[in-house]
Design a protein around this ligand. Sequence first.
Ligand code: GAR
Length: 208
Amino acid sequence: MSKTFRLGVIGSGQGSNFVAIAEAIAADRIPAEIALVLSDVETSGILAQARDRQLPARFLPPGPFRTKLDEDAEQSLVAQLQAAQVDLVVLAGFMRVLKGGFLRAFEGRIVNIHPSLLPCFPGLQAWKQALDYGVKVTGCTVHFVDAGIDSGAIIGQQTVPVLDHDTPETLHRRIHQAEHELYPRCVAALARGEISVHGRLVFWKQPS
Ligand code: GAR
């Protein structure tokens, strides 16, 4: 029997994307198991949600910087994910930039979800950037992680209309709902080996 595909999930926030993935696994829609959940925020929802599901969940003290992990934290992150033998690192609302050592250790095996249709609106509060710009359609993107900010090869995208009376909160809520469909679908395709990568181009064996 082949080995189960193992996910390491990392996040800083409420963990709704983690929940969507965990529920898709429980419903046999993703052929994978969650090997480890890590967060740089001790009181985060993602750790609470993981513990509720009896999954290994640990706080990773991030060190003194606001936007990145310090050297020790990044080494610990790599060591913990390697010890858990993860096949794929799933960033689910992780709000720090990851650097060279981590990227090299899991090259081509790190994915992220971003709340806009990249390459539009990389960076923070992408839903607010979209609203302020005045676009009529935005959405979410699942992509491989490279050394840039939200710049890696795109695996999948889902659109969300911007409505006339949207506030940042209402738009973000609908983008979140789209994320909860898109991310499990992309992780399932990766776990099934249905994704191939040619430079920046990502192809699905089954239509996405
Ligand atoms: C999601 O909207 C995700 O796209 C965003 O953080 C939120 C996490 O929500 N990520 C980024 O902005 C990364 N640049 P969650 O904790 O409920 O999954």
